[in-house]
Design a protein around this ligand. Structure first.
Ligand code: AMP
Length: 219
């Protein structure tokens, strides 16, 4: 399966990608996670990306394209979920050309549709495990009691002023990609509001309709 989870920050892409990865043994490639790791390890990519991320702006295409192509090549360009990539038309075109080179084009782009007010509410209550990158929501999906509290942090870019900037970047540069993928006939829009389980069920339904999975009861 070769798929993209698409949507604004806080749409649930990372949460849903982790669930799907567990269930179907897929590779989860999150550019946000890769960039945050690079920053933590203070690599050249991390040094270049830091200021953009802290400001809620997109990291330049050439940096992001490079880390994604490397990650895809390392896993043989199949059985992956891309999360947070592509975010610009140039990234989308680069990805298409790259995957076509391996005769492994994208099969589906799942867009998680969530209203702005829900996004802001979600992101301001989001916390992450700084070691594993796992996401929590203080009200709906609180960190389990066995995780040491000092590991649970709020992302710097989940502060209200940065959230606004990220949403703006999404609307201006990323949302137009929906037209691109709709024209290609691989865009599937689903309601990203509701519980994690409800959204996951909707995703499974779409993947089944696309013939990408068989649900256990039908085997
Ligand atoms: P995320 O964890 O997906 O919300 O990404 C966090 C931040 O990393 C974004 O606000 C951007 O600054 C940067 N970033 C992640 N993915 C990309 C991408 N595909 N293109 C440009 N910047 C990105």
């Amino acid at each position: 399966m070769r798929l993209v989870f698409f949507g604004p920050p806080g749409a649930g892409k990372g949460t849903q990608a982790r669930l799907l990865k567990e269930r179907f043994h897929l590779h989860h490639i999150s550019t946000g996670d890769l960039l945050r790791t690079a920053i933590r390890e203070n690599t050249p990519v991390g040094q270049q990306a830091r200021a953009y991320i802290e400001a809620g702006e997109l990291v330049p295409d050439d940096i992001v394209n490079r880390i994604v192509m490397e990650a895809l090549e390392a896993i043989g360009c199949d059985n992956f979920i891309l999360d947070g990539y592509p975010r610009t038309i140039f990234q989308a075109k680069t990805l298409d050309t790259f995957l076509e080179g391996f005769s492994k084009p994208l099969q589906v782009v799942i867009s998680l549709e969530v209203r702005d007010e829900v996004i802001v509410a979600r992101l301001s209550r989001r916390r992450v495990n700084k070691l594993t990158g796992e996401n929590y929501h203080l009200d709906f999906n609180p960190p389990p009691p066995d995780v040491p509290p000092e590991l649970i942090i709020q992302r710097e870019d989940d502060r209200p002023e940065v959230i606004r900037q990220r949403l703006e970047a999404y609307k201006k540069r990323t949302e137009p990609l929906k037209v691109y993928y709709r024209k290609k006939g691989i865009l599937r829009e689903i309601n990203g509001e509701g519980t994690i389980e409800e959204v996951f069920e909707r995703i499974l339904r779409v993947l089944k309709e696309e013939g990408l999975i068989v649900l256990p009861s039908e085997k």
